[in-house]
Ligand binder design. Structure first.
Ligand SMILES: O=C(O)C1=C[C@@H](OP(=O)(O)O)[C@@H](O)[C@H](O)C1
Ligand SMILES: C=C(OP(=O)(O)O)C(=O)O
Length: 410
């Protein structure tokens, strides 16, 4: 097992070229493939999740392995359902435990030919591309928005277009809006027609030049470093106001923890005001990928919190609720869970381990959210640090550039 020891600088000074957004990259790639685009999307992410998407779309293999990429699994399932040929799509052991039945059922209702290779409701899938015929379906909106995004993106390719009615609470809604925004940029007619219905017109995508913006979820770890460091001057490149990404809301939440954001012509500069509130209450239903960042940041700043809307965390790269509670205990913090969807901390502590080894559970965000904790817990070690490649391959290199020593303890 690889272990990283980190030594933070006394002052963090850095200008960071963030990775491009994997969510935008993977949408642009699918839309480009469906529209037979002539302009390849520019500034695509170099992360694993985008690499597997590029491979799937260009190599033409019969068996497609998307590793751990949820977006690739869900978006390609819909894409392959409308693309001639027969293929198997599979992924890591964890991917084979991440549910996909809601999407498969919806696609089958539209006429898709999809079989489960192993376990009912989970990848791998055997998919035979066909012309789909249905045009109006109802599906649950409370498990993963990626099912909805996957269906929406094939909507313009269906003979009669597509109307989706979403039942139950709609989680990760900004990711649905991101999909609609990109579809519109590429000439599709797709919009909400009520708070829980979306219609897509049958009209081919247009090919346009498109540049992917930097990743706001990745930015959150730098906000965290700024919040935890005694002194920090950090500039993050490639971020803009009015981002397409829902996780840009992280900037506002961090302002309540004493980090303000100043937009420059190239990105953002983080400023420490030093004034953090005494307790943080936040609903994460729209920003699930920021949960780990804020849970770790708050305990280290000694800010009690109550975070709701975390119901999707159990089916991500790992059960993030369990992983957070287990690893924070090693650092001496006792976090409570309620209803599988709420995390709370009232300031309760336990004896920290002398040399805490933070396990990362094949989850990039466990590694990235716990690395900044070294500023407050200098003895901690990060296990399996290479997991960051899922969304941010340059993370450790960027930390070095910011003055951290990153030492491989073998
Ligand atoms: O559509 C997307 O790009 C994503 C949607 C979210 O997933 P869920 O909709 O499953 O919550 C998010 O957690 C994931 O990292 C990326
Ligand atoms: C949940 C995530 O990814 P995905 O669902 O696309 O695998 C993530 O990046 O935090």
């Amino acid at each position: 097992m690889m272990l990283y020891k980190l030594i933070p600088p006394s002052v963090v000074t850095a200008t960071i070229q963030l990775p491009a957004s994997k969510s935008i990259s993977n949408r642009a790639l699918i839309i480009n493939a469906l529209g037979k685009g002539i302009y390849p999307p520019e500034n695509l992410s170099d992360c694993d999740d985008t690499q597997v998407m590029i491979k799937a779309l260009t190599e033409g293999k019969e068996t497609i392995d998307i590793m751990a990429a949820g977006t690739a699994m869900r978006f390609l399932t819909a894409y392959l359902s409308v693309t001639p040929g027969e293929r198997t799509i599979t992924g890591t052991a964890r991917m084979q435990q991440r549910p996909i039945q809601i999407l498969v059922n919806a696609l089958r209702e539209l006429g898709a030919e999809i079989e489960y290779v192993r376990n009912e409701g989970y990848p791998p899938l055997r998919i035979k591309g066909a012309e789909l015929k249905g045009n109006e379906i109802t599906l649950k909106g409370n498990v993963s928005s990626q099912y909805i995004s996957a269906l929406l993106m094939i909507g313009p390719a269906l003979k009669d277009g597509l109307t989706l009615h979403l039942s139950g609470e709609i989680i990760s809604r900004p990711y649905i809006n991101l999909t609609l925004q990109l579809m519109q940029d590429f000439g599709a007619k797709a919009a909400w027609t009520s708070p829980n219905s979306i219609s897509v017109a049958p009209q081919l995508y247009q090919s346009i030049p498109f540049k992917v913006e930097s990743d706001w979820s990745a930015a959150s770890y730098w906000y965290q470093i700024a919040a935890l460091s005694p002194k920090a001057e950090i500039e993050l490149l490639g971020l803009f106001p009015n981002s397409y990404q829902g996780d840009s809301r992280g900037a506002e939440v961090f302002s309540r923890l004493g980090i303000t954001t100043e937009f420059t012509s190239q990105g953002v500069k983080l400023k420490k005001t030093g004034k953090a509130l005494e307790r943080l209450e936040e609903d994460f239903v729209d920003i699930p990928d920021l949960a780990q960042t804020f849970v770790v940041t708050c305990v280290l700043l000694n800010i009690p919190f109550r975070f709701t809307g975390l119901q999707s965390l159990k089916i991500k790269e790992t059960d993030r609720i369990a992983a957070l509670r287990t690893e924070l205990k090693k650092l001496g913090y006792v976090i409570e869970e309620e209803n599988d969807s709420i995390l709370m901390w009232n300031g309760e502590r336990c004896e920290p381990e002398e040399i805490p080894v933070i396990d990362t559970y094949e989850d990039h965000r466990m590694a990235m959210a716990f690395a900044p904790a070294v500023i407050c817990h200098p003895n901690l070690l990060i296990a399996d640090p290479q997991v960051v490649t899922k969304s941010y391959p340059g993370y450790w290199g960027d930390l070095k550039q910011a003055g951290f020593q990153v030492i491989n303890e073998g």
